[in-house]
Write a protein that binds this ligand. Sequence first.
Ligand code: SAM
Length: 326
Amino acid sequence: MSTSPSTQQHGANDGRGPDKGHGVSHGHGEGHGHGHGHGTDHGHGAGHAHGANHDHAHAVEGQAEILDLDAEVLAGQLAEITAWLPLASAPRHIVDLGSGTGTGTFALLARFPDARVTAVDASAEHLRRLSARAEASGLADRVRTVRADLDGEWPDLGAPDLVWASASMHHMADPDRALRKVRDLLTPGGLFAVVELAGFPRFLPPDAPAESPGLEDRLHADSDAFHAEHVPHRGADWGPMLTAAGFTIDAERTISIHLDRSHSDAVGRYALESLRLLRTTLGETLSRADSSALDSLLDPHGPGSIAHRDDLAVRTERMVWAARRE
Ligand SMILES: C[S@@+](CC[C@H](N)C(=O)[O-])C[C@H]1O[C@@H](n2cnc3c(N)ncnc32)[C@H](O)[C@@H]1O
């Protein structure tokens, strides 16, 4: 019988806290009330709408779904990254910072069968999904979840020999502080793997859809403008910041990803859920033509539905830094 994964709560509110002074909730910082968590970069688009709780809950659900689809579609790339990590020996204790629903956690558990993972996130809902999956896969006794807002006081996370942070470091209000915290957390000789992405993946050909060519570019431009203002470290070069925090960079790489629809059934669902979330978050900012073109793509039964397109692909990049604490 498997053990239930334990969950600790640290420094997080109940997820209904007001955003810090923005008036309108521009995000989905579920669980820590700062509005800077706003879900997923491979999942939230612009994220500046909808403060109401039901919208919030819906958005969190949508983001969790997208994180899981991202994990499914990009499983091969993730496995490539965990295999590439310059480790002298297999880690025993791993901390997954900003674990979300567990994309990194489960990839690491698979790669390092003797390791246990402490998954830390501000979102109670994401951690619930992660725990349920750990339970269902018989991995619960190797996973501990800790709910914490890493912009606040850090909980006791033990002494890991590997810390993994995928698409989460850029959410930190003070990334330099977070990097120093990781440095202090790691055992000497331990490795910090930072995986980041420059932006939301693209799915449509540049000239699609026929009634509104370039739609996805315009959605991205809007989303990017939001991020430049509110999440300025997304797409940053983490190398110099890691060095300034006392790490030695052992290796770094960029992976360019282009997977067409035949790669997996999940590509279509990933595109659909992602564009649906962009529709929700960018809603009123879209022109009438773009709005109607997006609605046609999202209509599951209409002739313009994304479900009927065979030209979808996932195009994105991952940047990885492997930083050592000497
Ligand atoms: C883009 S998701 C990435 C999730 C996961 N690492 C992955 O690769 O799929 C970012 C995660 O960071 C979490 N997060 C953002 N700000 C945080 C903070 N201040 N403290 C703890 N977690 C935070 C969010 O709740 C979210 O789950």
